[in-house]
Design a protein around this ligand. Sequence first.
Ligand code: IVH
Length: 678
Amino acid sequence: MTREEAQKRLEELRELIHYHNYRYYVLDSPEIPDAEYDRLFQELLELEKQFPELVTPDSPSQRVGAPPLEEFETVAHTIPMLSLDNAFSTEEIRDFDERCRRLLGVSGPLEYVAEPKLDGLAIELVYENGIFTVGSTRGDGFTGENVTQNLRTIKSIPLRLITRELPAPERLEVRGEVIMEVEAFRRLNREREARGEPLFANPRNAAAGSVRQLDPSVTASRPLDMYCYGYGQILGPTFATHLEVLEAFRKWGLKVNPYVQLCRGVEEVEAYHRRMAEMREKLPYEIDGIVVKVNRLDYQQRLGQKTRSPRWAIAWKFEARQEITQVVDIVAQVGRTGALTPVAILKPVRVAGVVVSRATLHNQDEVDRLGVRIGDWVVVQRAGDVIPEIVSVVTSRRTGEEKPYRLPDRCPVCGAKVVRLEGEVAHRCTNASCPAQLKERIKHFASKRAMDIDGLGEKLIDQLVDKGLVKDVADLYYLKKEDLVKLERMGEKSAQNIIDAIEASKERPPDRILFALGIRHVGEHMARVLMNHFGSFEALKRASYEDLITVPEVGPTVAESVLSFFQQPENLALLDRLAKAGVRLERAAPVAAGPRPLEGKTFVFTGALASMSREEAEELVQRLGGRAASSVSRKTDYVVVGANPGSKAERARELGVPMISEEEFLRMAGVATENKRE
Ligand code: IVH
């Protein structure tokens, strides 16, 4: 190939790769398979190796490879990067709205743009004639650190702007937030823990730490993303509104958050805040509020700024997810497998709208790792719908009165010996008929996703066990109405309702019964896998280790656990008594008599589906002859991607497993999409 030919092909390749990067990282909608992309990239690398003088700074190959720095250079921002005033209530946001309208002399509703307030690191990107030249941190607002080489490694930052629809400005200073998704942050911390490295406290610190890295290859290994929401200097085009600027960003291939919304008047801003506060739990990245900006740029100009913050924008924060409170006591709670969980009893504190008075400490190792003592002040966190947990101890508030904690060596409920088995983190009560374990087992047995016995709640279970009416789950089916009416707060009618609910539960399918038994390592999904394969309890009981281990998804841990369950005579007796009471153990798992369009295909689901729950989708797959797996491997045929997919989508991409939408899946399954729930 001549130099000229190479030059021409290199230009083509760069153009193509930039375009596919944009489809993949900015639009999340790849157009070509990964293998094809890899071929293009490989060709680029080889040509550039042959003709090193033709390498340009905006080549996609330049995302990695810059050598580590001794320290960062500083960059002066042309226009200072301001921060925002905070509002914490509707009153404060109304004050903001009134102030804006008064200063502008506007009597009607004012147009605002509302955006998620991303919890990451603010940075500025400079594009000169469409080429990314300098990237910097916010620093003190006037000067930041030059982190260009690191930002180059972030795939959603274009190395050059797309100019098909809009010409590139002579100079463009784009501002935005570099973030790390929560799932990626957890994965990174797990890897760091395994290597004995210090953990990042939260996704924001992980993002900031990754950008402010002297070695760009380290940044390159971290899954970072960037959303653009503002600007410094723009030489060239002019705009009338903030929304127009964001639209231009999108056309240039810069990533803009999809939840940005135009609000007419303060009421719409309030509705947006409510919507995003709910959405917060479902987003793959952390947001700590919304940002409200006056849309018209001439209005922004007129409103001007104070020393550190503009008058035309405000951050409306959500309630904090972390608060400080005191550990009043630590108690040991006995679970259904006998595991003792240390639980911190807290001085009640409001965290993100919910009063928290207990937090799990998981196990003794966690107590030791945190170094938490009774009387300590601690940081508690409520993330998503997870049980509140203690993040760290505020050691500076110690008085010396705090008492260290160890799990007891006798069960706090039955007094039996507590042991910690080789290779396990949990301490366990050794008494299989410990009432605490029994109560937990019954609670699990009766729960919605297991036998779904309506009305059999915690208080009733406590009484049944304490009065000796129920010694195992089979006893539930031998209860008489007369037994129940004797209990506290139990009328004739509610007693009958409970008897009826217990009766109705006899009809649950075998996989639900298997799950309800609470065999270790046999969750809802595994129970379905096992019953789908073996068809009945009888067959499962007869299965050998080899039979079990050959079932897809069943590993040694599950196989051993199932074997050991069916080897124990008391468990066999329990099954017998369940069967005698009329629980339908021996019915084969339902197999569709109709067509089996998914025969032999393995599906994995990620993200939320619109038309059904994950469990319903898995059931559908199995009914139609396919297999629903919980993790992506090379054996997966399709990954069905719902809203806000997690790391499974990433894994599928890595392995080249085809990803399909919910609609495509429903089409394959032959399910009419009219049935779709809104
Ligand atoms: S606008 C003058 N928009 O919040 C306007 N900031 O508290 C300044 N942030 O330093 C920023 N999401 O790091 C803006 N959609 C958004 C934002 C956002 C997060 C951060 C940014 C800024 C800080 C100010």
